[in-house]
Design a protein around this ligand. Sequence first.
Ligand SMILES: O=P(O)(O)OC[C@H]1O[C@H](OP(=O)(O)OP(=O)(O)O)[C@H](O)[C@@H]1O
Ligand SMILES: Nc1ncnc2[nH]cnc12
Length: 177
Amino acid sequence: MTADRALIESLITDVPDFPKPGVVFKDITPLLASPEGYQAAVDAIADSAPEKIDVVVGMEARGFIFAAPVAIKLGAGFVPVRKPGKLPRPVFEENFALEYGTETLTVHRDAIKPGARVLVVDDVLATGGTIGATAQLLKKLDVNLVHVATVMELSFLGGRALLDSNGIDSFSTIVTV
Ligand SMILES: O=P(O)(O)OC[C@H]1O[C@H](OP(=O)(O)OP(=O)(O)O)[C@H](O)[C@@H]1O
Ligand SMILES: Nc1ncnc2[nH]cnc12
């Protein structure tokens, strides 16, 4: 394990039974509060991009925290995928299930030019519902989803299967538990 990966892993804290009994919540706030840890996570995600990226997509809310600095670092644009009722112009939307409930994600219908090379960034891959729904939104926008990167993967929840079924063949994560 590299020193950066060990640092990042050490700064993510388990919180049992949040937001409901039986869920072990991975709290990234200590990582964000560490200048070295946060920088290392942003650098590792930016380095994971396999080719030139036009647009980095981040999902509300924790995805924004990593996706926006990665976009700046790559010289790319940033496009938010948001929860319902937040984007002011016409949207595409997708409903899905996650570890502790159900959710809907939306994106502006004209957010990204067709064919643009897109990197999707989020904090956690758990069931894969969030990334799967985002991939469906990006299909509607007819863009080229080049790579998906997260800070952490909860491998016991099997999210990779949903990535596969959504045609995502390029995925990386910094920490796997
Ligand atoms: O792989 P999945 O099962 O979809 O879970 C991962 C998602 O869950 C969390 O978001 P959450 O919906 O809790 O919202 P937040 O970012 O606003 O905290 C996390 O930030 C990921 O986006
Ligand atoms: N266990 C977990 N910890 C943090 N974020 C999550 N998103 C989905 N499951 C999660």
